[in-house]
Design a protein around this ligand. Structure first.
Ligand code: ACK
Length: 981
């Protein structure tokens, strides 16, 4: 067998199992594959007796073309095999994969020139070189050696020794190239030649399509923008990078399927019928919720079935619903002229939780359809419509009357349903009821021994009034003995009274149902003796004179009332006015009310109406004790003729004042002069006829309360402090009863005398706006002492006795903390914000729990929930009578018994962590900083350093200080043991 025959045999034997030759990764693009060619490849062989093209078959008996050379018996071999021209396409880097077999030289006997390598060359050209071949134009790529060569023995055993070598060429710049294989005396067979380049193949990632991308030859990645698949939109711009190895790297961004479409198999596909998708996003389509459907593909919502609806604010994921059925089991409990209606929840709530009830009231007469809607006088508690509970109380019905109540259940889809009212009805007859109270009583005439009164029939007589009972007694006697008169009409004259004596009187009406409730107590005084004429025997004269006096008095009273009313009507600032009504309720005649000096056209008239003019010669000034808005405040003595000399405080009006300043200065006296109460600073009189103009008041030895407390820090017993607070509350009750709103109640405006009696002072009209150094301008322009003022007064100048109660709460805090500044160094703006957000001052140290509870009650946001001064006085009285109740301090008490209002308020003992306390107390706006930090006791927290605060994120100096000061207060609570936090 000659050598050529031998190698041919070798080749054929190598085609047994080389299936991998035709399998290559999808990111490779072939430019040439010799195996794919069925016919002659037509490569140029030089010299022609060198490389030989031979046909063969692979393991599938598919014909393939191979080349071989084996001139090992001759010297100086230089055999070239050049491929056809291979276009480069867009590739810059080309890969050449060679599969070949090579004969082991040692296995060939008697060889002359045997090599075991061959060389690979290339030539870049823009055009096909055709048959032209010049060896020297080629550049060498590499010498190719076999990893394994075969021997004669391998042939015998039919062992395949196929070598695969891959070489890279590039960067290529010309349009194409030729490859060449140079043999220098080896026995080699080229089984296949594959030339390819790599690309990043088309792919879909995160619902974005990335096209086929050919990498550059350099090491850099190619950035490729993806485009969203159909029915999707970009969420973040999708991007990927194509590497030189043809791999996609670093996917960024994504696309989301549109509404009505879901992600399925790298695409966004329409929701199937019965499913919907309402939001874009890569979530699956959802099944239509109960009682809804869709027959369409790609639905974004499902339609409601017949008689089912969706409310406007219902999400599409919610089941369709329907109106509720009627309420059931209505029962009524009648109490005279009121009725409590109770019913059960409807059997079918329509699939919703927002069922409410409306109650319709009809008044009925015997006979068919004899009903008409109830008139407006009937009241529903809490209301007639939109009830969320299954009960309502109806009051102010007429006695002995038939009513029908229709109770209707509704939910948010009721308005969409056809108008068939679903209701349950109950018919009732009200009972006989006693008349309501007499509210309006008028004093017609007074003499030294008698008084004539008239009144109006009660608002709801509930029947025919048989008569009125008039009960009266001397105020001093405290109801121990009293007189009762009966009157058929609405007036009565009480005779046989003592002169110059105060009487209290109550009236009640009687019907067949019995007595109604009594009127408020009404007080009046008979005229003093001096009004009587000397002739006691002359009845006629007496009657005539007392009638004349009564008429004159009546005329004067009428004149004053009418002239004040006219002046009030003319006033320019109705909202600023202090009306003779407190807290919006009409006062019974006879109760003294405050008169605003501004309503006098001539303010000096007001001064002289309410203040006594003093002779300057009666006043001796000793020393200056302070400075007021208008001038100095001095202490001195007042000696009035035939009276004892007393110590007084003298406020002076500095020289050079304007007329307005004089008016404003004296307005304080006009106000103060109207008051007469042990806890209101007493006006002795004014000096207006000589200069300096002065206001003289009682002298308060211990000066202002705030300074006094600071001077005597921690020196009083709790009972002493509560006594002072009781005095202030009592003074404020008196002011609020008079209809006077103070607007600047603060410890600095309370004066303390040598017996620790506290008196409310500072009544000037301009004072709140101009004088108080604590007053700051608000956004609405007024000047307000922010820290002491209720939120509604700051926000919209709603100053009432209820806002005075808020200020009283702050005074309470000032007193219990011995003159500490409320809210410490927080700015006014921060105070407004914190209070508005619900934060409240923490309990002062050692503050009794009951008092702290009272403070919190005074600081209720809703002013209607704050206690009245009358209640505050009574609470403090109870505490004074039962001092043991003051022993439980706010830090050690369990939640204080609710004194006034059913409200949930801060109880630091119920908090388990400091974070809880900060949250529940809403004491400071830094609670978030403490989340996740656990403190075992308030002691630990109180000792927390500024550094520690920094660690938990409280970085600003202000809040740190505030927290520490607040916590210090807490820590002091825990002096007698750890606070159970
Ligand atoms: O805190 P004080 O000593 O008490 O300083 C102020 C100062 O005048 C300016 O208002 C003191 N003061 C005001 N009215 C009286 C008074 N009736 N008796 C004693 N001191 C008074 C107040």
């Amino acid at each position: 067998m000659d050598c050529k025959t031998l190698t041919l045999f070798n080749f054929l034997s190598t085609f047994i199992s080389i299936a991998e030759l035709i399998i290559h990764p999808s990111n490779e693009v072939n430019l040439l594959d010799s195996k794919a060619s069925q016919g002659e490849l037509g490569w140029i062989s030089s010299p022609s007796h060198g490389w030989e093209e031979i046909s063969g078959v692979d393991e599938h008996y598919t014909p393939i073309r191979t080349f071989q050379v084996c001139n090992v018996m001759e010297y100086s071999q230089n055999n070239w095999l050049r491929t056809n021209w291979i276009p480069r396409n867009s590739a810059q880097k080309i890969y050449v994969e060679l599969k070949f077999t090579l004969r082991d030289c040692n296995s060939i006997p008697m060889v002359l020139t045997c090599k075991e390598t061959f060389n690979l060359h290339y030539l870049e050209t823009d055009e096909d070189q055709g048959s032209m071949f010049r060896e020297h134009q080629f550049s060498k790529i590499d010498t190719i050696a076999a990893d394994e060569s075969f021997t004669q023995m391998d042939l015998g055993d039919r062992i395949l020794k196929l070598n695969t070598e891959v070489r890279e060429v590039g960067p290529m710049t010309k349009k194409g190239f030729h490859l060449a294989f140079q043999d220098v005396g080896a026995c080699v067979a080229l089984v296949s030649v594959r030339v390819y380049f790599k690309k990043c193949p088309f792919t879909v990632r995160n619902l974005a399509m990335f096209p086929d991308t050919v990498p550059t030859d350099s090491q850099s990645l190619v950035e490729v923008r993806g485009s969203c698949v159909n029915h999707s939109r970009e969420e973040d711009p999708p991007k990927m990078y194509c590497s030189t190895e043809g791999e996609w790297l670093v996917p960024i961004g994504k696309c989301l399927c549109n509404i009505g479409y879901e992600e399925r198999g790298f695409a966004c596909q329409a929701c199937r019928p019965g499913f919907y998708k309402a939001s874009s996003g890569n979530v699956e389509c959802s099944k239509c919720p109960p009682h809804s459907y869709t027959h369409l593909e790609g639905a974004v919502h499902c339609d409601c079935e017949k008689n089912y609806f969706r409310a406007e604010e219902d999400p599409v994921s919610m089941a369709c619903s329907r109106p509720p059925s009627a309420p059931r089991n209505v029962i009524s409990a009648i109490n005279e002229t009121s009725v409590i209606l109770d019913w059960s929840w409807p059997a079918d709530s329509g699939g919703r939780k927002d069922v409410t009830f409306n109650v319709v009231c009809k008044r009925c007469w015997p006979g068919p359809r004899q009903c008409e809607p109830c008139l407006g006088a009937v009241r529903f508690l809490p209301r007639a419509t939109g009830l969320t509970n299954t009960t309502v109380t109806v009051v102010d019905l007429l006695a002995h009357t038939n009513y029908t109540f229709e109770i209707e259940a509704q939910n948010r889809v009721s308005s969409q349903a056809p108008t068939v009212r679903q209701y349950a009805a109950v018919t009732i007859t009200t009972n006989q009821a006693a008349p309501s109270a007499v509210t309006v009583i008028r004093k017609d005439r007074t003499s030294r021994n008698s008084i004539s009164l008239s009144w109006m029939e009660p608002e709801r007589p509930n029947g025919i009034i048989l008569d009125y009972e008039v009960k009266y007694y001397e105020k001093q006697e405290q109801e121990t003995s009293y007189t009762i008169l009966r009157s058929k009409g609405t007036n009565v004259t009480l005779n046989g009274l003592k002169p110059d004596t105060t009487y209290l009187l109550q009236i009640r009406a009687r019907t067949a149902a019995g007595y109604g409730s009594s009127s408020h107590k009404f007080d009046f005084e008979t005229s003093p003796d001096s009004f009587s004429i000397s002739s006691e025997n002359s009845q006629v004269v007496l009657i005539a004179v007392s009638s004349a006096v009564a008429i004159i008095l009546l005329t004067v009273v009428l004149y004053i009332v009418i002239s004040r009313f006219c002046r009030y009507s003319k006033s320019k600032h109705p909202d600023e006015k202090r009306l003779p009504f407190g807290n919006g309720h009409l006062r019974l005649p006879g109760i003294k009310t405050y008169v605003d000096p501004h309503t006098y056209e001539d303010p000096s008239q007001a001064v002289h109406e309410f203040a006594k003019e003093l002779e300057a010669s009666c006043i001796a000034i000793d020393k200056v004790v302070g400075a007021g808005e208008f001038g100095e405040v001095c202490s001195g003595r007042l000696k009035l003729p035939s009276k004892k000399e007393i110590c007084v405080a003298i406020k002076t009006l500095k020289a050079g004042y304007t007329e307005k300043q004089r008016r404003d200065f004296l307005s304080e006296a006009s106000i103060m002069g109207q008051f007469d109460h042990p806890n209101i600073i007493r006006l002795e009189g004014v000096v207006t006829r000589s200069k300096p103009v002065m206001i003289v008041t009682e002298y308060m030895e211990n000066g202002s309360l705030d300074g006094f407390l600071r001077k005597h820090d921690a020196q009083f017993t709790v009972i002493q402090l509560v006594g002072m607070l009781r005095g202030i509350a009592s003074g404020m009750k008196y002011l609020s009863d008079m209809g006077y709103v103070h607007r600047d109640l603060a410890a600095r405006n309370i004066l303390v005398n040598s017996n620790l009696v506290c008196k409310v002072s500072d009544f000037g009209l301009s004072r709140v706006l101009e004088d108080d150094p604590e007053a700051a301008y608000t956004t609405r322009g007024g000047k307000i002492p922010i820290r002491w003022t209720a939120p509604e007064a700051i926000a919209y100048r709603k100053f009432t006795s209820a806002s005075d109660v808020w200020s009283y709460g702050i005074v309470l805090w000032e007193v219990m903390s011995y003159g500490e500044r409320p809210y410490w160094e927080m700015s006014n703006q921060d105070v407004i914000k914190a209070v508005d957000e619900g934060y409240r001052l923490p309990p002062p140290m050692e503050c009794p729990a009951t008092l702290y509870q009272l403070m919190l009650d005074c600081w209720q946001k809703d002013r209607n929930n704050r206690p009245k001064f009358e209640q505050i006085v009574s609470i403090l009285d109870k505490l004074i009578r039962n001092p043991s109740s003051l022993k439980i301090t706010a830090s050690t008490a369990s939640r204080p018994v609710n004194l006034l209002l059913d409200r949930t308020s801060t109880d630091i003992t119920s908090c388990h962590t400091m974070g809880d306390w900060l949250e529940s107390a809403r004491t400071l706006p830094c609670k978030d900083a403490f989340s996740g930090v656990s403190y075992s006791s308030c002691n630990t927290l109180a000792k927390t350093s500024a550094e520690d605060f920094k660690k938990v994120g409280v970085m600003i100096a202000g809040p740190q200080k505030k927290i520490v000061s607040s916590l210090t207060t807490l820590e002091m609570h825990s002096k007698n043991g750890p606070v159970p936090v």
